[in-house]
Design a binder for this molecule. Structure first.
Ligand SMILES: Nc1ncnc2c1ncn2[C@@H]1O[C@H](COP(=O)(O)OP(=O)(O)OP(=O)(O)O)[C@@H](O)[C@H]1O
Ligand SMILES: [Mg+2]
Length: 201
């Protein structure tokens, strides 16, 4: 395999068979991979613009998979499919569907009962879904785009500010992001909400 990928803190390594699923065989470096993935993600963002989707559709397993497929199907053959191996993060591969169903049921309950502010809803959803880690890769970017779609398409609110900063590269912003994720793991969601809203970088 020509792929020589250096992983930065908080990124899930790929299994050998997952690397073989790379659709663009000419990719040899991490930088090239990032660029192709970014182009694919931008196409996915274009696809979301102006869509009139009901909350029940957005908060469904079907949509979760479709969005991942739209984001990564030019690059990875397994885009949109739940992972088939266990990772150092995430639930057991056989329990992804169960945990996701629980999250989707919870989030529909939050929606109907207005349990949280719009931004807290979106960030709690983002944090829970990335912890399940549905896919072999791309879970971080998928979870951040899900949070944006919840804000824009469910609540009619502005997007978060993740895209102003490059979270894919080792940077001060990425360290802050991962710290906020870890604080959310221990029960305080506020630093992650503040990070998502912050325009600084
Ligand atoms: N200790 C942790 N607790 C919770 N979530 C974590 C932890 N470490 C990493 N993560 C999450 O896992 C994500 C990385 O997963 P993955 O590599 O599948 O996604 P990605 O889209 O390729 O990465 P990135 O987030 O860099 O865009 C991070 O964005 C972060 O949200
Ligand atoms: Mg990754």
């Amino acid at each position: 395999m020509g792929l020589d990928v250096n992983y930065i803190d908080g990124q899930t390594p790929l299994e050998e068979d997952e690397k073989e699923s790379l659709l663009i065989k000419s990719i040899t470096t991490r930088g090239e991979l990032d660029e192709f993935e970014q182009l694919n993600i931008e196409k996915a963002i274009q696809w979301t613009i102006g869509k009139k989707w009901k909350p029940l559709f957005i908060l469904s397993e079907n949509f979760i998979k479709i969005l991942h497929k739209k984001m990564f199907s030019d690059v990875w053959s397994w885009a949109g499919e739940f992972r088939k191996t266990n990772k150092n993060i995430g639930v057991d591969k056989y329990e992804i569907g169960i945990y996701l169903k629980q999250l989707l049921d919870d989030s529909l309950y939050w929606f109907e009962n207005q349990t949280y502010s719009d931004e807290e809803f979106a960030i709690r959803f983002k944090h829970r879904i990335v912890k399940i880690h549905c896919f072999a890769n791309g879970n971080g970017r998928h979870s951040r785009l899900m949070a944006d779609i919840i804000m824009s398409h469910i609540f009619g609110k502005p997007l978060f500010n993740w895209n102003r900063r490059n979270l894919n590269k080792k940077s001060e912003a990425r360290s802050q992001y991962l710290l906020a994720v870890r604080i959310a793991d221990s029960g305080d969601i506020n630093p992650l909400i503040n990070f998502a809203k912050s325009k600084k970088g």
